[in-house]
Design a protein around this ligand. Structure first.
Ligand code: GAL
Length: 421
């Protein structure tokens, strides 16, 4: 369970916000009371397909309520989070917003921007239906503030089989050394950028995967609790490995979002891409089937998890409608519809798996049997300011290539943002 030092402040600010929203009755209150603004970053492709499926369930289950899309495009919410923060600060919140389960929510809780959903959680049967570890990750000072829609795995590599077989690569690499060997083979075969990569947060994902291989799941998780030092030799070595791998990626990486990097894979300009398993829905949207997947080399049974969740804002104009949205997200039918399209697996253990791919069935089994490790790039491991600092450090490294500077920046971020979480 997480704890937060500013819990009391949060309760006081939440109360103040509730009073403020109760007093402020605008002209359009009546219309707003039937609209639920759902704020996400799922604007197109496989991501939108998942959202649309959820909206379909919402429309059926919440008669009289209308879905209003508050969408800001940009992978991993890189733009949406900035817009959301500005809106929250200006007391213009959506009714509900997408957030990752775990540490990413802490600052919103501290600021009193999200409502306590503990009672709803119990009445929607989520306490029994979710795995204990996930409930624990969602709990802050004994309370729960978001409803998880599904669980994604981050540490997955996607391939272009044709590109690999043309270079004589027929097996997935089992270690970082083998991965680098294959990248070299691809380059020798004329593939200039064998690893498709995008901007800062996708680079952070790659570094995290390398860290899991080099440190193992337990010491990796310790990086976010203070048990493992970012300034340690082991992290330094992992950063060197990361720097080697980065050299095989496309030079325009800093200007690409993840679907554009994925395009390099589809077009046969790269052999590999590390990306979370939302990649499958996007490949499907692009009708590309010539791929395989494997867990990042050296990660073993580590399941790097993240959970897309939804909140109820304390200033919501339509809290009843937003609750109906959340109840839909929480329901077994909602989770089936959403995850079947999104490529994730239901957070609930009792949701039907109709329409799920073989990959999803395997991922669900791995989630049950693997070693869970959190993700900083996707909010389960670190708070939003910490994630921003890590993204900035990776973006700077992409240009400078200075390993020591990267390690110091990551160590400084941990020192600044590590708190009891
Ligand atoms: C993650 C999110 C996924 C997917 C991905 C790429 O942070 O949890 O659902 O949307 O970003 O945008």
């Amino acid at each position: 369970m997480r704890s937060t030092r500013r819990a009391l402040t949060a309760v006081v600010s939440a109360a103040a916000l509730l009073v403020a929203s109760a007093c402020g009755s605008g002209d359009d209150d009546e219309t707003r009371a039937t609209k639920v603004e759902v704020f996400t970053w799922w604007a197109e492709g496989g991501e939108k397909a998942g959202l649309d499926a959820l909206v379909g369930r919402f429309t059926t289950s919440c008669a009289g309520q209308t879905f209003e899309s508050g969408v800001v495009p940009g992978g991993a919410g890189i733009n949406a989070k900035q817009v959301l923060n500005a809106r929250l600060q200006q007391s213009d919140p959506p009714d509900t917003f997408q957030v990752h389960a775990g540490a990413e929510l802490l600052d919103h809780i501290d600021a009193g921007q999200v409502a306590d959903l503990t009672a709803d959680f119990a009445s929607w049967g989520l306490r029994e239906a979710l795995p204990d570890g996930l409930v624990d990750g969602l709990t802050v000072n004994g309370k729960i503030y978001s409803v998880p829609a599904g669980v994604h795995r981050a540490n997955v590599v996607w391939t272009n089989d044709q590109v690999l077989s043309d270079a004589g690569i027929l097996q997935p690499p089992k270690s970082l050394t083998e991965l680098v060997g294959n990248l070299e083979k691809l380059r020798a075969a004329g593939v200039e950028s064998p690893l498709a990569l995008g901007r800062d947060w996708t680079q952070l994902m790659l570094l995290e995967a390398v860290l899991i291989s080099d440190l193992g799941p337990q010491r990796f998780t310790g990086l976010f609790t203070g048990a493992t030092g970012w300034d340690s030799r082991a992290v330094g070595k992992a950063i060197e490995h990361y720097a080697t791998i980065l050299k095989y990626s496309n030079k325009d990486r800093d200007s690409l979002d993840w679907p554009q990097a994925q395009r390099l894979l589809i077009d046969g300009k790269a052999g590999y891409q590390l990306m979370g398993d939302w990649a499958a829905a996007e490949l499907e949207a692009d009708s590309f089937t010539g791929y395989e997947t494997f867990v990042f080399p050296g990660n073993g049974t580590a399941f790097q998890w993240l959970a897309d969740s939804f909140t109820l804002t304390t200033g919501a104009a339509n809290p009843d409608g937003a609750r109906c949205w959340l109840r839909t997200v929480a329901s077994p039918e909602g989770q089936q519809a959403f995850n079947a399209r999104k490529g994730s697996i239901p957070a609930r253990t009792d949701a039907p798996t109709t329409g799920f791919t073989d990959y999803q069935i395997d991922a669900a089994a791995d989630w049950r049997s693997g070693t869970p490790v959190p993700s900083c790039a996707h909010g389960s491991a670190c708070s939003q300011p910490w994630q921003n600092a890590a993204n900035a450090a990776l973006g700077a490294f992409s240009t400078s290539g200075q390993t020591r500077v990267l390690q110091s920046a990551l160590a400084a971020a941990a020192k600044q943002f590590l708190r009891q979480q």
